[in-house]
Every structure is written in C-alpha cells, then in structure tokens.
Design a protein around this ligand. Sequence first.
Ligand SMILES: *Cc1c(COP(=O)(O)O)cnc(C)c1O
Length: 474
Amino acid sequence: MTSAAPVTPFPNRAVRLPSVDKVLLEAGELIEQHGRSRIVKAVQSVLADLRKSALAAEAPSEAPSIATIINQVSAQLEQQDRSNLKKMFNLTGTVLHTNLGRALLPDVAVKAVVDAMTSPTNLEFDLDTGKRGDRDDLVEELLCELTGAEAATIVNNNAAAVLLLLNTMAMGKEVIVSRGELVEIGGAFRIPDIMQRAGAKLRETGATNRTHLSDYSNAINADTALLMKVHCSNYVITGFTKSVELSDITALGRERSIPTAVDLGSGTLIDLEQFGLVREPTVRESVEAGADLVTFSGDKLLGGPQAGIIVGRADLIAQIKRNPLKRALRVGKLTLAALEPVLALYRSPELLTQRLTTFRLLTRPRTEMQQQADILIPLLQQQLGAAYLVQGEEMASQVGSGALPIDQLPSFGLTIRANPAHKQSNPLGRLEAAFRHLPRPVIGRIANDTFFLDLRCLDGDQDEFIAQLNLLKP
Ligand SMILES: *Cc1c(COP(=O)(O)O)cnc(C)c1O
C-alpha cells in the first residue's frame, strides 16, 4: 500500500480471508476433539466476524493467518464450553443463601446422589412384593420417627407443599390465617397469592400485631376448611403483640372438627439450643401441639436438598397423595437420594455439627475464622497494594432463608476499605466486581463504605481461595 492509496472503501478486502475448507484442512485436532460439524460452524462464524470487521475497518489490514483463525475458533469453543453454573465462595455471611443455592450437602448425600444418577434404583419398586411402590416410602418412616407424625409426603419445595396442602384441604373453601402471619418470602411467595392459586379463600383474622383465640373462633363458619398458622420467617413484630399458641388453635379446631395446618418454613428437626443457636420451633413440637399437617423446607435448616416436606395425620396425608397435583409437584430421584442420608444423620443429633455441613458451618468457632483471617490478610493486602486497607474484624453472620430472622451468629472476617489518599472512582464497587469476576467468584457484601468478607463459610477450600488471589485486579 502506498500513501496515495484511497482510504475507503475497500470492497475487496474480505476476499483475502482463507476459505472454510482451507482452515478445516489444518483443524484436524479440533475436529477430532469436537466433531466436524461443530468445527465447520465455528470456523464459519469466526470467518464471518473477521469479514465484518475487515469491512468496517478504516484502513486495510493484513489477512490473518490460518493459525490465528484456528486460535480464535479454539477460544470460541472454550467460551461456549464454560459452565454457566459456577462454583463460588459464599462470604456473604448468610449461611443458607437462597440465591447461592442454600444448604450444601454432606458427602453421604453426594454419594447417594451419584449412585442414583448412575444405577437403576428401587425408586418406585417394592422389593418385598416385586410390585410398584410409592417413592415417598423411601423416607416416610424416617420422617415419622424424627417428627412423631403418622405419615409424610415429599414435593418439590415448601411453596409446593403449601400449595398442595391448601388445594387438597380447602379448594373452594375458607382458610383462617392471622393477619400477623400473611408473610411474603423472598422470590414472590406470598401466602395470600398461594392461597388464591390453590383455589382456597383466605379468611384473615385478628390485627397485624395482636390475634386472640376468639378471633379464630369468631371467624369459623360453615365454609371453614382449615385453620392455618404460618411461621414468621423473615421478620418479627415486636412491642404490643399477641399471637395464639398453636395448642390452643388445634384444640379449637378439634372442638369444631376443623384441621389445623402449620407452615413452619425452615423448620428444624432438633432443638438448636444444644449447639448454642437460638430456639426455632421443631417439627415434632408442632405435631405434639396437635397440628394435623406441618410443612417445611428440605434445604433450609434441615440441611438437605431442595424439597417440601409435609408430615401429619395419616388420613390427611393419604388425601394429599391422591391429589393429581401431587404428581405434578413430586420430587425426582436425586432429591430423594440426597434426602434419606441427611435425615438419617438426625438419628445421632450430637454428631450433627461434625457430619451435617449446614450445622458445621452454623457452629464454626470464631477462633477458627480468626486464624484464617491471620493467614489471608497479608496475602490480600499484598495483592491489593496501597489503594486498599485489609483488616480482620468481628462481624455477625446470619442463618438465612428466613430461619431465626433476628439472631446473628458471632463470626469473624475481613474488611476492605479504600485508601482515601488514593483518588479512585468507585473503589469498593470495582473491588466487589473484581472478586465476583474471579474464576471461582467470591461474593461478599458492601455496607458502610466497607467490603465485608465473612469467613464462616470458607471451610475446607481455603487453598483454592488463596490460589486465585493473584488474579484479583480491581
Ligand atoms: C421459605 C418459606 C417458604 C417457601 O419454602 P421453599 O422451600 O423456598 O419453597 C414457605 N413458607 C415459609 C414460612 C418459609 O419460610
């Protein structure tokens, strides 16, 4: 090209690209790895992109070599093959974080899931009779043993459990719920909405802060199908408050021949006080207080897979199982495979803090996290340089997923603040994004001009955390 050459347009510029066939001749290795049709498509797409940018360029450019094109094809394939679901580090301080997948499964559950994925199982096969079985049988006995209930059934999640329960018990009829319990749980689960979709009519009673037993009895009429109590998962009403004891509601229900259901939300199978955690009502307590049906989640405090569990009176559970919606809401075999060993761990409650991941994380001693901080602070400080200040600080984690809403667990972690002497724009935002864009993203939280990394859930994979720190470039 001489300096006198016209600058634009260059209609023939695209012609200088090699043909697809020519590139394919040298892509033997990629073809072997990915199959011919995929490579043809990728080469076509890379050539099309190159042609487009050549035409858009202001000046003619060198034709790329075939090796360069093949590199681009390779990069495109790698990009496509990257998994969308990524392993992360949850340093938010919320142990059961719904957006990050809630409970982590213990190894016994992982192994059972692998077995169920790779071998046929007796999912719905009665080995005693050789006839068809019910998939709920795999965990029903265990659930009855752990809760004192007569029967149990499992569905996709607790929202599904509530929907199925209401639809079975109260389609076209009224359900009495206290105004103080009309909760919304994150992700648009609202008791009034579920009630409507279940075909049941919500009959609110009492006031937001105070509900008396007489409010329930006055609300009962010929259309009443169910009394319902909902555990206030994610908020507390304090001050001048009154709610009615479950045992009083169930007594009223028995007197008027109306069943009582409890949506426990998280629910727990054991008393958490023995681990230094704050009390949360157990499923057994609800059953003993006379609740006819109790629903709770599998992946909140229970520490298992996503599931909704309904336990209660045998005749009512049988009715629920006959509802055609049960078929639509049933769980898959992987869920049941994971749930059984998790439930079985509860037979040895004292060992749960060692064996059940969720309890291990919830009860991790602060000193352990402090020791981790001592290792991590200098490494992070060195990587971030003088623009940021890294420190170790006491902080408070929370259980999450609406369990124990106000109770905070004494925790320890790292705080990172921007050095005001360095004039930078949005330093914490850039820091947060840099952590989030690491190969294994690290999620913390920003509050009060500080980036918080709670170390409670950095348990067992500290080396992997350290190994990628050299890529952290805010
Ligand atoms: C969490 C919760 C639900 C929903 O449970 P999922 O398992 O997330 O479907 C319903 N009710 C209450 C009270 C809850 O806390």
